[in-house]
Design a protein. Structure first.
Length: 458
């Protein structure tokens, strides 16, 4: 995946790179990507870079050059770096106020700013006055390198290591662990210090390998970092790779539809026994939590109190659909989506009567979302699509606007060209518990044997 797509860069963006471990490399790679697509890219720094790095840009010129000269350079070379002056071996950028002026007088498509200094180290905590982010910034990209993992927490390996030691009590010289990196990235006093309030923030974990243990640790860091609602996502990759981004992890929620009256079953489907003393709804929710879905909302209706009591120990959000008697499934989905936190980027629609939901299916759906940035992900078995369906936030307003008799299919079919199908090897995505026969069949398929609550209590 290209950086441009991973960070969802649009014309007019002012992008600030902060942190450590690949800011300059990521800025340059993004600049060349955009220039090759025909964009006119202006770059600068509000701190300093080394003079040898000037050779990495097609054109470097002083920030106080005439706007027409800068514009002409953009026309000819597409990618131009501006600096204030050179002192010794260091190149200093203009003050952040100059960025405001550049927006007004230079007709670039995008401005890229290196807004932090880390002395070439792979991780940093800011000193007072750092970073130096222009107020017009629309996207901030905090950078950290996975090369810091296993290194000692000291000033030779981490910029301003003492600030991290003082804040968390990590041992000086201790080998740096994945949770430590996640803590730094997501901390508003460290990795997010100085980020303007409403600016989009997508972190970048640099120097990740395509496979193996390193990739797994990157995913773990991303998952922990995304507990911070300020982060819109975490990109994983290598700035110097041909495809610099392997995946983008974002907060994903699940809406479990458990409001139905179970008229064909004759009793609440979701409260039927499954295994180990758990009901169907408990089995489904525990599977979601084990698969590390970030936020789970269960929409209740029929026998809401009993469902809530069963799920109370699991700590999930319960949202009651007051219209469950008259509303169709879409009314429950609207309630569930509205109950998810604002920073959740996508939601999996999970049926409350599919107890054989498998973690590997959830993993495949989540991975497809992360690796392709797809916003409509549907699992399929032998060319038949099933649940759970992942739906990006951009489609939620269309769902909210559906009439009472509308269906989710109405929205999906409208965007059929954008669906990403994920083939899976289990028919569990197609099957649900709608009748007593279905219930017995699903238990049999799960290796649990046949069970009838009516027979057992009679």
């Amino acid at each position: 995946m290209k950086l441009q797509h991973a960070f969802e860069i649009v014309p007019g963006d002012v992008v600030a790179f902060i942190g450590a471990g690949g800011k300059t490399s990521a800025l340059i790679a993004l600049g060349y990507e955009l220039a090759e697509s025909g964009w006119r890219v202006l770059a600068t720094t509000t701190t300093r870079i080394t003079d040898d790095q000037l050779d990495l840009f097609p054109v470097a010129m002083r920030a106080d050059s005439a706007p027409d000269d800068i514009s002409a350079a953009l026309n000819d070379d597409k990618f131009v770096f501006l600096y204030e002056g050179i002192r010794g071996t260091e190149v200093y950028g203009p003050e952040p106020a100059m960025v405001s002026r550049l927006i007004d007088v230079v007709d670039s498509d995008v401005i890229l700013v290196e807004a932090d200094f880390a002395g070439g180290l792979p991780l940093k905590a800011p000193h007072v006055g750092e970073p130096n982010i222009p107020p017009e910034t629309t996207l901030v990209i905090p950078v950290a390198s996975l090369a810091v993992l296993g290194q000692p927490l000291d000033s030779d390996h981490v910029y301003n290591a003492q600030a991290i030691i003082d804040r968390y009590g990590f041992p000086e010289g201790g080998r740096i662990k994945s949770p430590w990196v996640a803590q730094v990235i997501r901390d508003e006093a460290l990795g997010l210090h100085g980020v303007p309030g409403k600016t989009r923030v997508i972190a970048f974990l640099n120097q990740a390998s395509a496979t193996g243990y390193n990739r797994g640790r990157a995913r773990a860091i991303a998952r922990m970092a995304l507990r911070q609602a300020r982060l819109n996502g975490v990109a994983i990759g290598s700035a110097r790779g041909v495809e610099p981004v392997l995946e983008v992890r974002r907060a994903v929620g699940a809406v479990v539809l458990a409001a139905g009256m179970s008229t064909r079953m004759g009793e609440s489907k979701v409260l039927l026994p499954w295994t180990d003393g758990k009901t169907i709804i408990e089995q489904i929710v525990e599977t979601l939590l084990q698969s590390r879905v970030d936020h789970v909302v269960v929409v209740t209706g029929y026998m809401a109190r009993e469902v809530k009591e069963r799920l109370s120990p699991l700590g999930v959000t319960i949202a009651h659909n007051r219209s469950y008697k008259s509303g169709e499934m879409i009314s429950s989905l609207k309630v569930g989506l509205a109950a998810l936190p604002d920073h959740v980027a996508a939601a999996m629609v999970v049926l409350g009567d599919q107890p054989r939901l498998q973690p590997k299916v959830l993993y495949q759906v989540l991975s497809a979302h992360a690796e392709s940035a797809g916003e409509l992900i549907i699992p399929s078995f032998e060319r038949r699509r099933g649940h759970p369906i992942l739906i990006g936030r951009r489609y939620w307003p269309e769902i909210a606007a559906l009439p009472k008799d509308g269906t989710l299919r109405d929205v999906i079919e409208t965007h059929a060209d954008h669906i990403r199908y994920v083939p899976v090897d289990t028919d569990s995505i197609l099957r649900d518990v709608d009748t007593p026969a279905d219930y017995d069949e699903e238990r049999f398929r799960a290796g649990l044997g046949r069970y009838s609550s009516r027979r057992s209590t009679g």
